[in-house]
Design a protein around this ligand. Structure first.
Ligand code: HEC
Length: 152
């Protein structure tokens, strides 16, 4: 008798659970996007194109593996680039530049940066910057604008 009264609610609960599984499944939570009307969509590569500084920051990700842009921050594989626009090439204290960079005589204007980023080895033959060429002109412009905005 005791067993029977206990078993009945359990059976009912099990039946309800099974019925719930069989009904139309709710869409998975991660597919539901709730957005207030007029709220801008979160930053994506597409919306970054509309905001030059965001585009520059995103494009600079290719450089960030080797270069810090933190003011006064340490150099990495490459020299710290905070304040590089207007700086004489190969002169950041504490970084072991190639002789080619030290002897280049370049002062980094936006035009000089553009030429260097388009083809580092052609602009500074013998440079130790082995990666980071940017063939796309708009990407170079975005990166240079981003760097110009970081004054050291
Ligand atoms: C694989 C590492 C690496 C990547 C990636 C890289 N660089 Fe460099 N970069 C270096 C090294 C190393 C030097 C020093 C070159 C030398 O001494 O000849 C350098 C030097 C420079 C300089 C000269 C700085 C100075 O003080 O004279 C600039 C400007 C520069 N890089 C910009 C960039 C930009 C912008 C990107 C991304 C598009 C980039 N680099 C990607 C390693 C890298």
């Amino acid at each position: 008798m005791y067993k029977a009264t206990l078993a009945r609610p359990l059976t009912l609960a099990l039946a309800l659970a099974l019925a719930a599984c069989g009904s139309d499944p709710e869409p998975p939570v991660e597919q539901i996007v709730v957005r207030e009307p007029g709220t801008p969509v979160a930053a994506t590569p597409d919306s970054a194109a509309a905001d030059p500084s965001a585009a520059g920051k995103a494009a600079f990700a290719a450089c960030a593996a080797c270069h810090s842009v933190e003011l006064g921050g340490a150099s990495g594989v490459g020299p710290n680039l905070a304040g590089v626009v207007g700086r004489k090439a190969g002169t950041l204290a504490g970084f072991a530049y190639s002789d080619a960079m030290k002897g280049s005589g370049i002062t980094w204007s936006e035009e000089e940066l553009d030429a260097f980023l388009a083809n580092p080895a052609a602009k500074v033959p013998g440079t130790s910057m082995a990666a980071g060429a940017v063939s796309d002109e708009a990407r170079r412009a975005a990166i240079i604008a981003y760097l110009a905005g970081i004054t050291g």
